[in-house]
Design a protein around this ligand. Structure first.
Ligand SMILES: CC(C)(COP(=O)(O)OP(=O)(O)OC[C@H]1O[C@@H](n2cnc3c(N)ncnc32)[C@H](O)[C@@H]1OP(=O)(O)O)[C@@H](O)C(=O)NCCC(=O)NCCS
Length: 135
């Protein structure tokens, strides 16, 4: 799996990781030249188990920083973290109307998993996407 390089401001942030309990790790993006958090995300699940399927959620980028590669940068950090911790894959769910998030994920190798998607009874269609890390 190649994560490639992203020639954008997304390269001008560092991403910190914080373990919040046994089942949750938080990612925060902070510009090299600043102190505010400009993006965050969460990976959850059985973090210390080998070969587990982890969940990627809550990606948020500060409104004034969107479209500059930071969401991609944070998601790459989460993928790298999961890979280094021997996860088998990462699952996430995205509302149908969130085209930006779907494109971000698909550019990083996530693939649609229609069999995991929510039924029509929900208020909005939810797409399931998975990135296989091993196997
Ligand atoms: C969705 C979100 C995380 C994307 O983060 P971002 O930092 O703006 O995304 P990036 O700059 O890394 O862009 C990655 C890709 O997403 C897509 N994208 C980003 N913004 C887009 C937009 N407004 N419309 C369509 N596609 C978009 C593009 O394909 C882009 O790749 P490209 O630059 O090569 O074309 C951000 O807009 C956000 O925080 N939204 C509100 C919270 C949210 O919806 N979180 C996801 C919950 S499921």
């Amino acid at each position: 799996m190649s994560l490639g390089l992203h020639t954008s401001i997304g390269n001008a942030v560092r991403v910190t990781t914080t373990r919040a309990g046994s089942g949750r790790v938080e990612f925060h993006a902070i510009p090299f030249d600043g102190t505010r958090v400009v993006a965050s995300a969460v990976v959850s699940g059985p973090l210390d188990a080998v070969g587990s399927e982890l969940a990627f959620d809550e990606l948020w980028v500060a409104p004034d920083m969107r479209g500059t590669g930071i969401g991609t940068r944070v998601t790459r950090a989460a993928i790298t973290w999961a890979d280094l911790h021997l996860a088998a894959g990462i699952d996430t769910y995205v509302p149908e109307e969130n085209v930006a998030m779907q494109r971000l994920l698909e550019q990083l190798g996530f693939e649609r998993r229609p069999e995991l998607e929510h039924g029509e009874e929900s208020w909005t269609q939810i797409f399931a996407l998975t990135l296989e890390l091993a196997g």
